[in-house]
Every structure is written in C-alpha cells, then in structure tokens.
Design a protein around this ligand. Structure first.
Ligand SMILES: Cc1cc2nc3c(=O)[nH]c(=O)nc-3n(C[C@H](O)[C@H](O)[C@H](O)COP(=O)(O)O)c2cc1C
Length: 322
C-alpha cells in the first residue's frame, strides 16, 4: 500500500513539494500536483507547466503524478499524450473539485452529474489507445448531492482499466466538511474492478492506522490537510518520529524564502504564508505545555509585516527549542 500527498491547489505547489521532500523524505511514495487545466483546448498555462517541468522536480523523479482537469475526451487524450512526452507514466484526472465555477463547466465533481455522459467520455479516451501507453487514474467524490449516486458511477468506472480510483467519500455539496461516508466507501472498495484508494480526514497516525486496518487491500492512502498541518505525519506512521518545533520552523522559513523569490510584495507573501499557518499553526506546541492557539491567532490576524514578524517571533520563541 502506497502513501501519497493529496493535491492542494495553491499549497502543494512544486516549491512546497521540494521543501517537504527535503525535510521529511521518509515514507511518502508520491506527490500529486494540484490540478493542471487544459486551456484553449490544447495548451497548459505557463504557470501550471512549472508544476511538471523536470528542473522543478529534481530528486522526485517517479514520485510525481500530474493531475489534470478537463471533462472533454479529446482534451484528456491530448493531455495524456503531452504528459507522456514529458516523461510521466501515470496521470490523474480530477473528478472531485467542488468549486462552483468548475462544476458549472461540468469539470471536477461536475463530471459526476451524468453517468451516461461519463461513460461516453471514457469510451472515447480508452478507444484512442493512449491508455495503453500511459496510466490513467481518477480522484473522485461519491457524487454531487447524495453518496448513493456512486452506485451509478462505479459501474461506469468498472468498464475501464484505471490504474487507481481514489475516492474522497464526500459529495460535492459537503465541500470539505462533514463526515466521509464510510459505508458507501466500503461498498465501492468491495465492488470495484480497479484498485481503490482512500482519501479524507486523516489527521493523526491513529486515523491512518484505522483506515489501513479496516481496508487492507487499498492501493494507496492519500493525505491532504492532515499532512500540511503535520508535515511529519507520514514519517510518524512509518518510523514513529514526530515533527520537532525546529523542523516545522524550517518548513515555514523555507517556504517564506521560496515565496520571496516569486511574490513581489511582502504583504502578499504574508497573505500566502497565512494559508500555511492556518493549517500548520496547531502543530506548534508551547515548550511549557501551554496552548499555542493565541499565538497562532495573532499571526493569522496580523495586518502589517511588523505585526506578522513579531507574532511569528513570539511563537517561535515559545514553541521552538534552539
Ligand atoms: C485548499 C485546497 C485545495 C485543493 N486542491 C485540490 C486539487 O487541486 N485537486 C484535487 O483533486 N483536490 C484538491 N483538494 C482536495 C484534496 O486533495 C483532498 O481531496 C481533500 O482535502 C480531502 O482530503 P484531506 O481530508 O486529507 O485533506 C483541495 C483541498 C483544499 C482544502
């Protein structure tokens, strides 16, 4: 069973993946890129291309799975060919994104609205022969509004040979809230003709072990927010070693350095860093055993660079041993 880092748009971008791999290399088998859209029918945006350029993924060869987003069969075929040309042998298709602007274009979880149409799309993709040359996996939700929709969707997926069917067992309307539906997930696990992987709400080593024990034949366990919050989570489950304050600080400072190279103003860098602090903040624990919530709150509400720097300094002083 493999362990993977879920794609998180705006967070698990190439510089983050490199930094994460440098600091926490143990146990993680693969990283999915945030979704790369097919643009104007047959193009990738330059910004998205950075995710897959070999020079941006040095040392991670064989561990990167590009994720594409489009719902047109010819665009999927084109994207698979392009990715293959660039040396990738497995590509993931986004069938889960719940954002309204995406769904309204029938992309992401919008692809789940009509099982017959989904069948037509995959028929064309698999007919093209490209899937004999490069593996195609999907990352999907259970449906748009009701988990039972998956009972109509799985038979469609079962008609084709996907390398991996990664299920985030929520429906679109749940966004990232509410409980994953483990009953329908188990039904899918037991009835899929393709390898099945689990994604959703793994925040602790115990969450991970529970899924692993309950579903012994999973192809992969994929972790997103839990791994951003605790970047050593996979190391923890494979070697027992938890993240130190110093390691968390190294990732924060490393990413601030990376963003400084790309983002023009300090205030924009601060806003970008707050996304990371939002997830990682709670992983910092005070050396005296106290609650670090107040310190993280100060970081998240800081309005100026000086407020941000002071709040950060205070948190590091109280949470990180030299
Ligand atoms: C900020 C954010 C960005 C995301 N971007 C993507 C994405 O680009 N592609 C994708 O398939 N899922 C994306 N997701 C969904 C995650 O990959 C994952 O399925 C979801 O967070 C549930 O897993 P988790 O509970 O382990 O985080 C995103 C989620 C969040 C919160």
């Amino acid at each position: 069973m493999k362990i993977s880092f879920a794609p998180l748009e705006g967070i698990t971008i190439y510089c983050y993946r490199n930094m994460h791999h440098m600091l926490f290399p143990e146990g993680l088998d693969r990283y999915y890129t945030p979704f790369i859209s097919v643009y104007k029918h047959q193009a990738f945006k330059k910004r998205d291309m950075r995710e897959i350029l070999p020079e941006n993924n040095k040392g991670l060869e064989g561990k990167i799975i590009p994720q594409i987003m489009t719902s047109k069969a010819d665009e999927i075929v084109w994207a698979l060919k392009e990715m293959k040309k660039r040396g990738y042998d497995e590509i993931n298709l986004n069938m889960g994104c719940p954002v309204a602007t995406v769904v309204s274009k029938h992309k992401g979880s919008g692809m789940l609205a009509d099982p017959d149409h989904l069948d037509e799309i995959f028929y064309e993709v698999f007919e093209s022969g490209i899937t004999d040359e490069v593996k195609l996996s999907v990352k999907t939700r259970l449906g748009l509004t009701a988990p039972e929709e998956f009972k109509e969707l799985l038979p469609v997926l079962n008609k084709y040979r996907f390398s991996n069917v990664i299920i985030h067992p929520r429906v679109r309307t749940q966004m990232y809230k509410g409980e994953p539906n483990m009953e329908i997930f188990r039904w899918a696990y037991e009835n899929s003709k393709n390898p099945i992987s689990y994604n959703g709400n793994i925040f602790t080593a115990e969450d991970f072990y529970r899924i692993k024990e309950d579903f012994e034949k999973l192809e992969e366990i994929m972790i997103g927010r839990g791994l951003v919050a605790n970047p050593a989570l996979v190391r923890e489950v494979s070697t027992g070693k938890k993240a130190s304050g110093n390691e968390l600080k190294a990732l924060i400072e490393g990413m601030e350095g990376e963003y400084t190279k790309e983002i023009p103003t300090e205030i924009q860098i601060m806003h970008k860093m707050k996304e990371l602090w939002f997830y990682m903040g709670p992983s910092f624990t005070m050396q005296d055993g106290g609650n670090s919530e107040r310190l993280i709150h100060k970081i998240l509400v800081s309005k100026s660079i000086s407020e941000y720097r002071n709040a950060k300094r205070e948190l590091f002083r109280k949470c990180v041993m030299d």
